[in-house]
Design a protein around this ligand. Structure first.
Ligand code: SAH
Length: 393
């Protein structure tokens, strides 16, 4: 049905293990009509059809698999995956929120596609040329399966490869939306999501569990929210009775959103201090004293494998300074969202940071991917999220 990509002898093993990527070294040849971004059928060296996916001769990942059999990729194929994903999220999160990641790329069997649901709208990120080419099919299927009021595209260039190779896209794909903003609800709070100008697709959906924990821990404490963005943690902390929250971020638009989020939740801005600046400088110079809860949620310090070592130094620095700020009996909630920074290394670095700060710390909880950011068991490359809750003495 589709042009054939023929594998080298023995290279069907990764398909047998259900890994969704086929690397260039595994390919014997591709049929001449196989086009960049086009659909292909993957065959073993013995010419047995094994899988259907999309092809990119310019990417190291030659084929990304959509289905582990020979099949027709049509609107119905996407509709079924969207419905399944929707039911799973609704079941697990529907009582708590109207915002979730609906499609998490390979984790939901759709490599290169991310879909975030924000109340009555969807924000999509297209990360590969293949998914870009398939847009007419999945767009229609998304409309049918979810019936959103609008679908907005917010695609950045994938950092890890030049698979898509295009400029960032910010465009309304369907429906109507006057402003590039929407209000979502989660755990009794409301948040303004600026999906057009904000970071990523507008909100850090992956921090839902962290926000829950901050709500539990913040009462009567002074809270330091480092790398606050639009104040997800700040809102939760104040809502649950934090004495004061100091939020630090280098982005002014982020802090403006934070102020709007306080107002949206009827919170007293007198208990909130939003500091625009570099977290590392703030922690070195600020004499604001100690905090009962310190949150450390930096951007990815390792965007590629070669940056792992440098990232290690940055994670250690920021965590050491955070431990120094924690009051005895206080908590540090610390995260890394770098795929190229494995969990064991993260724990080791946090341990060294505590040691250098001269503090004792106990791990109370470990955090990993939330339920709406599933990682496929056969695709560990999809994993990036890690966090630790520590009690400091
Ligand atoms: N904790 C946030 C998400 C953090 S994303 C939430 O739950 O929504 C990382 C944030 O760090 C971004 O808002 C970015 O503007 C900010 N940032 C990046 N480098 C920084 C630095 N050196 N100092 C202060 N803020 C920084």
């Amino acid at each position: 049905m589709y042009p054939i990509v023929l594998l080298k002898k023995g290279r069907e093993k990764s398909i047998a293990r259900r890994h969704p990527w086929i690397f260039s070294g595994a390919v014997q040849r591709a049929d001449a009509p196989a086009a960049a971004g086009g659909l292909v059928c993957v065959e073993s060296e013995k010419q047995l059809p094994l899988a259907t996916g999309y092809y990119n001769p310019q990417s190291d990942i030659r084929v990304r698999i959509l289905d582990f059999k020979e099949s027709k990729i049509d609107e119905g194929f996407f509709t079924e995956r969207f419905k399944r994903a929707w039911d799973s999220r609704k079941n697990l999160l529907g009582a708590e929120t109207d915002a979730w990641r609906l499609i998490n790329s390979e984790g939901d069997g759709l490599p290169g596609l991310v879909v975030d649901r924000y109340a009555d709208g969807l924000v999509v990120s297209v990360e590969t040329l293949g998914m870009e080419r398939l847009k007419p099919l999945w767009l229609k299927a998304l409309e049918d399966a979810v019936k959103p009021q609008f679908i907005f595209e917010r695609s950045e260039r994938d950092e890890r490869e030049s698979d898509r190779g295009s400029k960032p896209v910010r465009a309304l794909l369907s429906g109507e939306r006057e402003a590039g903003r929407v209000v979502i609800r989660e755990g009794g709070c409301r948040y303004l999501v600026d999906f057009e100008k904000g970071q990523k697709t507008g909100f850090y959906l992956d921090q839902r569990e962290g926000r829950r924990w901050v709500g539990r821990l913040a009462k009567d404490r002074r809270v330091l929210n480092l790398f606050s963005y639009s104040g997800g943690f700040t809102v939760q902390a104040l809502k649950e009775g934090a004495r004061e929250v100091v939020s630090v971020d280098s982005s002014r638009p982020a802090l403006e959103l934070l102020e709007e989020n306080l107002a949206l939740n009827g919170l007293d801005s007198a208990s909130s201090d939003a500091v625009e600046g570099n977290v590392f400088d703030f922690l070195r110079t600020e004499k604001a004293g100690e905090f009962g809860l310190v949150i450390v949620d930096p951007p990815s310090f390792a965007r590629r494998r070669s940056e792992t070592q440098k990232a290690g130094r940055a994670y250690k620095d920021v965590n050491r300074l955070a431990f120094q700020r924690a009051a005895p009996g206080g908590y540090v909630l610390t995260y890394s969202c770098s795929h190229f920074f494995p969990y064991e290394l993260f724990i080791k670095i946090v341990y060294q940071a505590a040691l250098e700060a001269g503090r004792e710390a106990r791990i109370l909880n470990r955090f990993s991917h939330p339920v709406d950011h599933p990682v496929h068991i056969f695709h560990p490359e999809g994993e990036y999220f890690k966090g630790l809750l520590l009690e400091v003495s």
